[in-house]
Design a protein around this ligand. Structure first.
Ligand code: NAP
Length: 295
């Protein structure tokens, strides 16, 4: 754990134009003990930096720095990492936060929806992790926070493309975590449910509206009925009727960064923890299937 006299930990967060990334960058950079220097990155600085700049106020270019980085463009990753390492001599923490979703139903939506979501949510994290690990290995120290989702271990029918991208991220992370620990680099998966950001609110202001929107995209009556069960908040299958605030997630990031031995998985609420316990005690995978089908 960093003492107030130690040099600040250098943190790079992806996807800080809005949502969890922006709030986490502000939260960590405002640390009263000044334990962090935060590089808040975004894919389009020209059009998107003003909001964060305004909110940052006095901490801009003091503990918070804005840089351009698109997780789908290797050249922007290499350029920004080099600049940070040249300036700071290290990067202690990577928060792989940038992500997108789609409202498309799996059969009728375009194939592009699968590619686009995978490109950011999975390949984006792979690119970032591969690019940053050499610097961390050199220091024999690092933290990598992979922002997954409850949908990274618990699938729901209306979000197949997004679920697949987060399952991929979880599998990748589980594979790389043990060898990286040999270099004192700790990988953690963060698994939130609904968080009150544009991503969740694009379908409506509360969880019921999100689920109804998704059900309305589905062409067949029988399939729509399965998805409408989400609206009843059946505790066995539903990801919860709660929306967490991005600041709660930011506080968890800080706890993980400061923990001497972070866990591999973090569910962000009691509801998600309960779903994780249900998921990981049934090796056949049938219990969750039967819960959906009422068999
Ligand atoms: P959000 O409000 O939509 O913000 C997503 C951020 O990612 C934006 O800043 C966006 O930039 C950025 N981004 C998208 N594509 C990018 C790219 N190619 N390169 C760099 N940045 C890119 O979403 P959020 O709710 O904060 O989500 C943050 C993370 O949490 C995601 O990984 C998401 O899957 C995960 N998550 C969210 C929820 C939820 O309910 N909100 C739940 C579980 C997990 P632009 O503004 O330029 O598009």
């Amino acid at each position: 754990m960093a003492s107030p006299m130690a040099s600040p930990q250098v943190i790079l967060i992806t996807g800080c134009a809005k949502g969890i990334g922006k709030e986490a960058a502000l939260f960590l950079a405002r640390d009263p003990q000044r334990r962090f220097k935060v590089y808040a990155t975004m894919r389009n600085m020209a059009t998107r930096q003003e909001e964060l700049k305004t909110e940052a106020g006095d901490i801009l270019n003091d503990t918070l720095f804005i840089r351009e980085l698109d997780v789908t463009k290797q050249e922007t990753i290499d350029k920004t990492l080099k600049e940070i390492v040249d300036t700071e001599g290290k990067i202690d923490v990577l928060v792989n936060n940038a992500g997108i979703t789609t409202g498309a139903w799996w059969e009728t939506g375009p194939m592009e929806a699968y590619y686009d979501v995978m490109e950011v949510n999975y390949f984006g994290c792979v690119r970032m992790t591969r690019a940053i690990v050499p610097f961390m290995k050199e220091k024999r120290s690092g933290r990598i926070l992979q922002i997954s989702s409850v949908l990274g271990f618990h699938a729901v029918p209306p979000s197949a493309q997004y679920v697949a991208s987060k399952f991929a991220l979880e599998g990748f992370s589980e594979s790389i975590a043990p060898p990286l620990r040999k270099f004192n680099i700790w990988v953690s998966l963060i698994e939130p449910g609904l968080v009150a950001t544009k991503m969740a609110r694009q379908f409506g202001d509360n969880p019921t509206a999100v689920y109804i929107h998704k059900a309305n995209q589905i062409p067949g009556d029988e399939e729509r009925r399965i998805v409408m069960d989400m609206v009843t908040f059946d505790p066995e299958i539903v990801i919860g009727n709660e929306m967490q605030e991005p600041q709660e997630i930011a506080q968890l990031f800080q706890d993980i960064i400061l923990s001497p031995k972070p866990d591999f998985r973090y569910q962000t609420s009691q509801t998600i923890k309960r779903l994780a316990k249900q998921q990981f005690v049934d090796p056949t995978g049938n219990a969750i299937m039967n819960a959906w089908l009422k068999e």
